[in-house]
Write a protein that binds this ligand. Sequence first.
Ligand SMILES: Cc1cc2nc3c(=O)[nH]c(=O)nc-3n(C[C@H](O)[C@H](O)[C@H](O)COP(=O)(O)OP(=O)(O)OC[C@H]3O[C@@H](n4cnc5c(N)ncnc54)[C@H](O)[C@@H]3O)c2cc1C
Length: 219
Amino acid sequence: MTFDAQAVYTELHAHFRGRIRRNESLSRHCTFGVGGPADVWIALDSRDELMSLVRLCAERRWPLLLVGNGTNTLYADAGVRGIVARVVLNKYTIEEHGDGTALLLAEAGISWPRLLNELAPLGWGGLEFGPGIPGTLGGGVISNAGAHNSDMSQVLEWIEVFDARGSSVNRSSVPLVQRYQRNELDLSYRHSRFRELRRAGRFCWSPDRAGRHEGHDPR
Ligand SMILES: Cc1cc2nc3c(=O)[nH]c(=O)nc-3n(C[C@H](O)[C@H](O)[C@H](O)COP(=O)(O)OP(=O)(O)OC[C@H]3O[C@@H](n4cnc5c(N)ncnc54)[C@H](O)[C@@H]3O)c2cc1C
């Protein structure tokens, strides 16, 4: 595989403009402030962009690392060869069931602190373990984030994943969007199935929306 970083940057710049950078220092994008440059760094802020990039990287065999807020990431001083894409998709909706419960549908890049700060004043409960956990929802799914004897496995209903294998296996240009129910995620203490799969380097993915149904409206 050859990865011509300058050519990739030039090709993608027409779309991403101010959200793509060449030789971006990764120390600016992780809590611990360490790490060398990414060949190409991109901020993704829509589902279409995420799918397009995953598809393109799968087709061209470009290395792609998807990240959230960088609170659980240590980058090497040598940096990262290929593309580092920060998922900043941050929309969410609340589907009320009419019985005091609701399903929260949220994109992977939303920040935990923001989500909690906005939901609490609305009177919703269910995520009380969350305050103090930095980072994004997507990053939280990877490690089954939690605190105070609770974690995401208690409230997560399902996630959707963009699986780049959809491009190579089916010879399709569209990544597979696959929904995993909570019991398929192998969630345990700071663990999910995706940690193992990442280590094996078997696919590149991103959770898109995560839901819960245990909230209640105390008003
Ligand atoms: C001061 C401090 C306190 C913390 N306290 C807690 C705590 O109380 N409880 C707890 O559980 N954790 C805690 N953490 C760890 C961290 O907050 C969580 O792991 C958090 O969920 C990481 O989210 P992130 O968006 O920063 O992920 P990142 O650090 O950006 O990414 C972590 C991993 O997930 C992958 N990833 C992230 N988003 C996506 C995506 N959308 N698609 C595909 N892959 C993705 C990345 O490639 C990387 O491998 C703490 C960290 C710090 C620095």
